[in-house]
Design a protein around this ligand. Structure first.
Ligand SMILES: Nc1ncnc2c1ncn2[C@@H]1O[C@H](COP(=O)(O)OP(=O)(O)OP(=O)(O)O)[C@@H](O)[C@H]1O
Length: 515
């Protein structure tokens, strides 16, 4: 691990003094960054600190107000007029979270989509395409059949295919930019991807890696630059850091502990108390004969791999899908398959797909916060904007949402801050049953701790909280009990000391060895 002072010498890419404002609000205030061959350089920072804006500037999607970019042997480029084509010429290769692959096409066809189809005598030469793709995959140690549909690949391999495609032209001095590549990967797949990335770096690849996951940053990256409020708070080797110190750099303050202490689970006798949620023999979508209980005052986790049925279970409890068979009781009463009925029964759902299901993109933060509790802000048949604004302002304060004010358009917030608005919205309803699907996706480490504390408070006030998450660390720290789903069935019910990462991972994977 190199510990030399950062500077432009021997850099693959040097970005200097990037400035960017949205209107009158400065978002990047003179950010500099140096990337070197063979080095994985993490870009960390709290929600709204400017990471995505910097990546968008480097990709030529947003224009900076000022800043320069220099690469090995390349003339300096002015980032104010930087375009996607200029980014490509500068050797920047991006793999975004959605990967940009067509799932229904083969790996080789996906390669050809970006590089063109090889032809022979005027028609596509499929054999040449397969051969060249196979050679590329081999270069990346990827044992994937070029003729396989992308949809059939395991998630980590899909990401590696996207990376191999991005770097396929093999120009010297390329920089691979990865934006939260592990955000939607299951636990086991994360390790596979990280190992592959470490091998690429060992072979000389420079990588810029954006992540909220402290453990990943520390185990994978050689160097980390922490952004805080649009400036570089620190840029240093990861060998000089531990998790707590990195969290402190991100937060800009002393941090006692990364997770709030787990409150003692309520000491009531669950066998006699009526559960707030009772599911019996539920069959819906991939779920088969699932039974589960959640009592007032407890946080129950739902673990399982992608496709195990976690989200379907939560959507059923919210009345959004009709079960083939089985029953759902909320506080002892059967729940019909109706969202309205579920909401009347005091059930609230924070869904997984923030953009598709939860955000109202045309609205401000105010309406996005109050939309589930509008009645509370009506008096004499009139909606009172002052009341809505006051409720929103207190959510902004409580959740430390980084914004220019309640009237700002929700789409202008950073991803993590949008997520906080969605969680705040449903907490306003004071639900008796609170369901959350991936509640801290894209949320920074400190805000995560705040959300956990709030969920504990909701439970302590007498609600039952059910959290589905692919983040096993989150489940282990937050939940009183965890139900592990595997292929649609309950594979394990963990409680007390069993609620720990190794047990959750072990039961999530059927035959595979737990990592
Ligand atoms: N189109 C826009 N108009 C106005 N402000 C914006 C716009 N896009 C982003 N911002 C603001 O710029 C700041 C930085 O946002 P950015 O998305 O770069 O943060 P981030 O570090 O990527 O955060 P996160 O970790 O939440 O994704 C935020 O305060 C955000 O509200």
């Amino acid at each position: 691990m190199s510990a030399e002072a950062p500077g432009p010498h021997d850099a693959v890419l040097h970005v200097e003094d990037v400035r960017k404002s949205y209107g009158a609000v400065p978002v990047l205030k003179g950010v500099s960054l140096t990337l070197r061959p063979g080095r994985i350089h993490a870009l960390a920072g709290g929600n709204g600190s400017g990471k995505s804006t910097l990546i968008k500037v480097l990709a030529g999607i947003e224009h900076a107000d000022a800043g320069t970019l220099r690469g090995r042997g390349r003339p300096g480029a002015d980032l104010a007029g930087f375009t996607a084509a200029a980014a490509d010429r500068a050797g920047l290769r991006f793999v975004h979270q959605d990967l940009g692959l067509v799932l229904d096409m083969t790996v080789a066809e996906n390669f050809a989509l970006s590089r063109g189809f090889p032809t022979r005598l005027g028609s596509v030469s499929w054999s040449r395409l397969r051969r060249s793709t196979a050679a590329e995959l081999e270069r990346f140690d990827l044992s994937v059949d070029p003729g396989a549909k992308v949809a059939s690949l395991r998630p980590a391999d899909r990401t590696m295919v996207a990376i191999a495609r991005a770097l396929a032209d093999d120009e010297p001095g390329q920089v691979l930019v990865l934006d939260e590549p592990t955000a939607s990967l299951p636990h086991h797949e994360v390790d596979v991807l990280l190992e592959a990335l470490a091998r690429r770096a060992a072979a000389g690849q420079a990588i810029l890696y954006v992540s909220h996951r402290l453990a990943e940053v520390l185990s994978l990256a050689h160097w980390v630059t922490v952004l805080r409020d649009g400036v570089v708070a620190e840029s240093l080797p990861t060998a000089d850091l531990d998790r707590l110190r990195l969290a402190e750099l991100i937060a800009g303050r002393t941090v006692e502990a990364l997770y709030p202490a787990r409150a003692a689970a309520p000491g009531r006798d669950r066998s006699s108390a009526q559960p707030a949620v009772q599911v019996r023999g539920l069959c819906v979508g991939p779920l088969r004969e699932v039974s589960l209980e959640a009592h007032a005052g407890e946080i129950v986790g739902v673990a399982g791999l992608l496709g195990s049925g976690r989200s379907t279970l939560l959507r059923s409890l919210f009345g959004a899908v009709s079960p083939r068979s089985g029953t759902i009781l909320i506080e002892g009463r059967p729940l019909p398959p109706s969202v309205r009925a579920a909401m009347r029964a005091g059930v609230a759902l924070v869904p997984e797909d923030r953009h598709g299901d939860a955000l109202f993109g045309d609205f401000s933060i105010v309406r996005n916060t109050t939309i589930a509790t509008l009645r509370r802000h009506v008096r004499w048949s009139w909606l009172r904007p002052s009341s809505e604004r006051a409720a929103t302002q207190s959510a902004i304060d409580d959740f430390n949402i980084k914004t220019s004010g309640p009237g700002q358009a929700i789409t202008r917030l950073s991803g993590g801050n949008q997520q906080k608005v969605v969680v705040a919205r449903w907490l306003q309803r004071a639900p008796r049953v609170l369901l959350l699907d991936e509640p801290t996706q894209g949320v920074d480490v400190m805000a995560r701790a705040d959300i956990y504390q709030r969920l504990r408070a909701v439970a302590a006030r007498g609600a039952a909280v059910v959290v589905a998450s692919s983040d096993v660390e989150e489940l282990a720290h937050l939940c009183d009990r965890v139900v592990v789903l595997r292929a649609g069935r309950v594979a394990a019910r963990l409680c007390g000391a069993e609620v720990a990462i190794p047990a959750i991972v072990k039961h999530s994977y059927a035959d595979r060895e737990a990592s």
